[in-house]
Design a protein around this ligand. Structure first.
Ligand SMILES: Nc1nc2c(ncn2[C@@H]2O[C@H](COP(=O)(O)OP(=O)(O)O)[C@@H](O)[C@H]2O)c(=O)[nH]1
Ligand SMILES: [Mg+2]
Length: 190
């Protein structure tokens, strides 16, 4: 897997050229987004995206020069002010609505948490734009197998049976399947 950092940006005029299909990673902070991206694509990405100053930007990467990966800032920081939340929402809504090259979103969520109103709203917004979402439920290794089964049944009911995957970034469970899903369903079909 060859990953290259393209650039960080906020405003449309600064986004990279819309020349490749784009896969967006989103999720609240601490969901496990960086760990998942790391285990899928290697450490270079989290290194860039985790730098102070880059954590509130859209970070664009090229994967094998076949598609772009866009790491979006996590939401749900308790310390963030109302103004910052609005700026963040504005940036993402602009990007999601104007960027024609987006082929899908991986919405990262901790499997042990309730599906939040924020996550439901984000899914609805993407659906209204006709862009597919897959929910990647991380930290599945934290549950016993019967708990995991129950949790995934519930997530399927809430999010949709075809739209959920159980993942463990630390144990590398479900990660290869997720990358294959992205490539086959979104990148190759674009
Ligand atoms: N056990 C376990 N811990 C995880 C997993 N993914 C992330 N974590 C832990 O959860 C915390 C938050 O992860 P991070 O990737 O930084 O979340 P982010 O804020 O969404 O980027 C860290 O302490 C990680 O080590 C996982 O699959 N299994
Ligand atoms: Mg992170």
């Amino acid at each position: 897997m060859s990953i290259k950092f393209i650039k960080s940006a906020v405003f449309p005029e600064d986004w990279p050229e819309a020349s490749h299909p784009e896969v967006v990673f989103a999720g609240r902070s601490n969901a496990g987004k960086s760990s998942l991206i790391n285990s899928l694509y290697g450490a270079q990405i989290a290194k860039v995206s985790g730098k102070p100053g880059k954590t509130r930007l859209l970070n664009f990467f090229s994967v094998n020069e076949k598609y772009n990966l866009v790491d979006t800032p996590g939401y749900g920081y308790a310390a963030v002010s109302g103004d910052e939340v609005r700026a963040w929402q504005q940036m993402l809504e602009t990007y999601f609505s104007l960027r024609g090259t987006i082929v899908g979103m991986v919405l990262v969520a901790d499997i042990r948490r309730k599906w939040s109103d924020d996550e439901a709203a984000l899914c609805e917004f993407m659906a209204s734009l006709g862009r597919p979402v897959i929910a990647a439920f991380t930290k599945s290794d934290k549950l016993k197998s019967n708990e995991l089964k129950k949790a995934m049944q519930l997530k399927k009911q809430i999010v949709g049976p075809e739209k959920v995957m159980a993942i463990s970034s630390t144990k590398k469970r479900g990660t290869i399947e997720l990358e294959e899903y992205i490539f086959k369903n979104w990148v190759q079909k674009s």
